[in-house]
Design a protein around this ligand. Structure first.
Ligand SMILES: Cc1cc2nc3c(=O)[nH]c(=O)nc-3n(C[C@H](O)[C@H](O)[C@H](O)COP(=O)(O)OP(=O)(O)OC[C@H]3O[C@@H](n4cnc5c(N)ncnc54)[C@H](O)[C@@H]3O)c2cc1C
Length: 487
C-alpha cells in the first residue's frame, strides 16, 4: 500500500506553476474575496476527501456563482499556467476531486452554482446548474409529479456536475441507465475559455458527433461542466420492494431473469448481499432488524415498479411462489409500508460503514457481464481466501448491472491491519485479473481518479487509450485541467 500511495501522490504529474500572491489576488477578484478561500482551516474540507485517503493542499479555493465567472477563472488559469481541480460535493471515491500535495493547484468548487434553471414536465426535462445537489433535483422533479431516477448513497451531498463527471450509477441503473443515459444536453467551459452551449433538450438530434459523452466520466480533465439538461420520467404508481433469502448467486440470477420476464412492471433494482453483510449491518445499527426470518447464505433486495396499482405485487407474488417451489428462493418479505421499504434499503446502504469495525478492507469496484456474476464470485472468493486464509469477503452490490463491490475485510484475528493492508495491491491484481478474463471492468462506478490511474494502461485497449490521450492533448494542451487524474 505504501508504494502505491507514493505512486498516487506524484507519478507523472507536471510540476504545476505555483501561483504568485499577485496571481492569487487576480483569481480572488473574479469571485470576490468572500468566495475565495485562503485560510488554511477553511480550505481544509476541500483539500481532503471524506475518508482522508487523499489529503492535498490547494493554493486557493474559488467558488464561482456563474458560467461567466468560471470562464474568467479558466482564462486566467490559461494565461498564468495555473492548474485547476473542479470539485462538486467532494464525495468521489477515487481522489479525483482533491488537489495534489504541491499546494500549486486551485480548487474550483461549483457548489454556489446550484440553480434549477428550468423544469418542464411536458417535455420531461430539467435544466440544473452543475452545483445542484442531486437530492434537490430529485425533489424538484417530485414537485412536478415526475421522477429523476438517479439514487445513490451520497445524494444528499453529491452534485449534478460530479455525477456527470463520474458517470455515476446507483440502484436504478437496471431500468434507467447511469448518469450518461439521463442527460440530453450540457454546458461546458472548455480549457481554452470558450463555452460550449450544448444545452439542447432534444431526444432526437443526429447532427454529427455527440460531444456530451466526452465530458461524462471525464472526471474534470476535459472541461468544467456548468449546467445540464436532465431527463425526467413518469413516477410509478406502485413500487414493490422485496428482501429474499437465497441459496446462491446462481439462484439470484435465476430469480432476476424470472422477474424480468414475468413481473408486470419494470424491475428497477436488483441488489445482492451475502449473509455477512446483514450480520455486520445488524451489529452496526442497533435499530436494524433482520428483514427475512430465515438465515441464508445470500440475499436479494429488489424492486418492481408499475404504472398500475396492484399489478406489480400480484405478479411478484406469482414469481416468488414459483421460486419457492423450485428452491430458487428460501424465504422472502415484501415491504408493507414505506417505512419497511426504507429499513430494507438502509440495510443495504449501511454495509460499507458496517464494514469499518471489521478493520482493514481491500476494496474493488468491479463489473462483469451480468450472467457471469456467480462465476466471478465462485472464482474470486476462493482466490482471496487462498492468499489470505480467514479473510472475510463482503461481496455485495448492483447484481442487476453486473457491478459488485468486492470488499475483503481482514481476518478476525492473527493478522494486523497493517500486515493485511500491505497485501492490497497483490489482492487487487488477482481480483482484477479474474475480472479482465471475464470481460469486465476494474472501475464499474467510481471512476479512475488517482486511485486506479496506474492501472489504466494495463486494462484499456491501447488504441482507446491513445485516443483518450489525443483528446486530452487537443482540448487541454497545457494539462491544466485536473492534472494527474485518469491519464
Ligand atoms: C456514501 C457514498 C455512497 C456512494 N454511492 C455511490 C453510488 O451508488 N454510485 C456511484 O456512482 N457513486 C457513488 N458514490 C461516489 C460519489 O458520490 C459519486 O462519484 C458522485 O457522482 C460524485 O459527485 P460529487 O459532486 O461529490 O463530485 P466530486 O467528488 O466533487 O468530484 C468527482 C469528480 O468529478 C469532477 N467534477 C465535479 N464537478 C465537476 C464539474 N462541474 N465539472 C467537471 N468536473 C467536475 C471532479 O473533478 C472529480 O473528478 C458514493 C459515495 C459515497 C461517499
Amino acid at each position: 500500500m505504501g508504494e502505491r500511495k507514493a505512486f498516487h501522490a506524484y507519478a507523472g504529474i507536471r510540476p504545476a506553476v505555483p501561483p504568485s500572491p499577485g496571481v492569487l489576488d487576480r483569481f480572488a477578484a473574479i469571485v470576490g474575496d468572500r468566495h475565495a478561500i485562503r485560510d488554511p482551516a477553511d480550505k481544509a474540507p476541500y483539500e481532503r476527501e471524506w475518508r482522508d485517503h487523499y489529503v492535498g493542499k490547494a493554493a486557493l479555493v474559488l467558488k464561482p456563482a456563474s458560467t461567466a465567472e468560471v470562464v474568467a477563472i479558466v482564462k486566467l488559469a490559461g494565461e498564468t499556467g495555473t492548474a485547476l481541480v473542479p470539485q462538486g460535493g467532494n464525495t468521489g471515491l477515487t481522489g479525483a476531486q482533491t488537489p495534489h500535495e504541491t499546494g500549486h493547484e486551485i480548487v474550483v468548487s461549483m457548489t454556489r452554482m446550484d440553480r434549477i434553471r428550468d423544469i418542464d414536465p411536458v417535455s420531461n426535462t430539467l435544466v440544473a446548474e452543475a452545483g445542484c445537489v442531486l437530492q434537490r433535483v430529485q425533489e424538484a422533479a417530485d414537485e412536478v409529479d415526475r421522477l429523476f431516477p438517479m439514487f445513490i448513497g451520497s445524494q444528499g451531498s453529491c452534485t449534478i456536475g460530479g455525477n456527470l463527471s463520474t458517470n455515476a450509477g446507483g440502484i436504478n441503473v437496471l431500468a434507467y441507465g447511469n448518469m450518461r443515459d439521463l442527460v440530453l444536453g450540457l454546458e461546458v467551459v472548455l480549457p481554452d475559455g470558450r463555452v460550449w452551449n450544448g444545452l439542447r433538450r432534444l431526444k432526437k438530434d443526429n447532427t454529427g458527433y455527440d460531444l456530451r459523452h466526452l465530458f461524462m466520466g471525464a472526471e474534470g480533465t476535459l472541461g468544467i461542466v456548468t449546467a445540464a439538461v436532465l431527463k425526467l420520467y413518469p413516477r410509478p404508481l406502485e413500487q414493490v420492494t422485496v428482501f429474499a433469502a437465497l441459496p446462491s448467486p446462481d439462484a439470484a440470477l435465476a430469480l432476476m431473469a424470472a422477474l424480468q420476464t414475468r413481473a408486470a412492471g419494470t424491475l428497477t433494482s436488483f441488489e445482492l448481499l451475502p449473509r455477512i453483510a446483514l450480520d455486520i449491518s445488524l451489529a452496526f445499527d442497533s435499530t436494524a432488524r433482520d428483514p427475512v426470518a430465515t438465515v441464508a447464505p445470500w440475499y436479494a433486495l429488489f424492486e418492481v415498479a408499475a404504472m398500475h396499482e396492484g399489478a406489480a405485487r400480484t405478479s411478484v407474488e406469482a414469481v416468488l411462489a414459483d421460486a419457492f417451489d423450485d428452491g430458487t428462493v428460501i424465504d422472502a418479505t415484501i415491504a408493507d409500508s414505506q417505512a419497511q421499504r426504507n429499513t430494507f434499503w438502509r440495510m443495504r446502504e449501511t454495509v460499507s460503514d458496517a464494514q469499518k469495525p471489521l478493520g482493514g478492507s481491500i476494496k474493488h469496484d468491479v463489473s462483469v457481464p451480468v450472467a457471469l456474476v456467480p462465476r466471478f464470485l465462485d472464482e474470486a472468493i476462493p482466490v482471496c481466501r487462498a492468499m489470505i486464509p480467514d479473510c472475510r469477503p463482503v461481496a455485495f452490490g448492483h447484481m442487476g448491472d453486473g457491478n459488485i463491490h468486492f470488499n475483503i475485510s481482514q481476518p478476525a484475528q492473527g493478522l494486523s491491519r497493517d500486515d493485511f493492508m500491505a497485501r492490497y495491491g497483490e489482492i487487487n491484481d488477482a481480483v482484477h485479473a479474474i475480472v479482465m478474463r471475464l470481460g469486465g471492468s476494474i472501475s464499474a462506478e467510481h471512476g479512475i481518479g488517482r486511485l486506479k490511474r496506474h492501472l489504466l494502461p494495463e486494462v484499456k485497449d491501447p488504441v482507446e487509450l491513445d485516443l483518450m490521450r489525443k483528446l486530452k492533448a487537443l482540448l487541454d494542451p497545457d494539462g491544466l485541467f485536473n492534472p494527474g487524474k485518469v491519464l
